[in-house]
Design a protein around this ligand. Sequence first.
Ligand code: DAS
Length: 367
Amino acid sequence: MKTSLTKLMSAMGCALAFTLLPGVPAQAQTATTVAPAKKAQVVILATGGTIAGAGASAANSATYQAAKVPVDKLLASVPELGNVANVRGEQVFQIASESFTNEHLVKLAKRVAALAKQPDVDGIVVTHGTDTLEETAYFLTLTVHTSKPIVVVGSMRPGTALSADGALNLYNAVATAAAPAAAGKGVLVTMNDEILSGRDVAKTINIRPDAFKSPWGDLGMVVEGQTYWFRAPVKRHTVNSEFDIEQIETLPAVEIVYGSGNASATAYQAYANAGAKALIHAGTGNGSVSGAVVPALRELRAKGIQIIRSSRVTGGGFVIRNAEQPDDQYDWVVAHDLNPQKARILAALALTKTNDAKSIQRIFLEY
Ligand code: DAS
């Protein structure tokens, strides 16, 4: 029997975190009389980054060392976490995320998947550097088969800086990981009070707290420990994904080459010679390819290397198949709305399943 308060809060998309007292008519119970619900059990996996960074002075908001503060100190610095969940921490790595390799991705995802299977774990938070946070969030949403909330979070300023953003970002991440309404929405990212989809989010500014954006908009917001939802992802993720980290040990090499008007084929050929199985072209405009480069890409495709057209233009739109290049004729793939770094993640996973360009194109349209 739902009380009016429960109905109101569930309509707002935030579950009422109380249970009704037995023996007292539901109508007579309000938020002040019902017993507080059991607190969610949230595990925080720390990997490093600015959120674990430290600067020489409070004025150093951009000059600091990342990956210095251990997870226990991180948790101790935000005692309010205990108001929204029962939390415990694990130090998985302590690195700046510009060095987050495929091996780091696989190891982290396996740990997340193992924890998600535990009945005493209700949600998981991953603290992470912001430079490649978007790749990790996408990789987790593609490979971890759970509906439990998984939230990736970082910060743009170290905890030692004036107006540091890490503490509130972490508090928001834990509150979201503890929120029943966050379940089933794929991996999430909480930055700057916003809840973003791990699939769509990208770091769009390199030194401001409002750095993380999705071209398709936020999913919601976190305000004072409460989540508010306004949309949900439509692309395949987590339990609906054909990729499962429990069946993945390594990832094929996929490299990105940045397009320009004066581009040459050298970088593409060098990566292919070094063993790349797919090349992501970060093209100009709608994934366009310089005329000086097309013949080399066609040769590489003929040798079995996948050619995937993404765009250096980010912030909205998507590469349209057969628009700027005859993709059907060349047997190339378009990355749709994925930026080059996200396309690299999906291409690597797709290659664990198939080396057929048409199958890979289906995957790029579904995830
Ligand atoms: N070097 C950056 C990283 O670890 C710092 C940060 O923004 O987190 O991603």
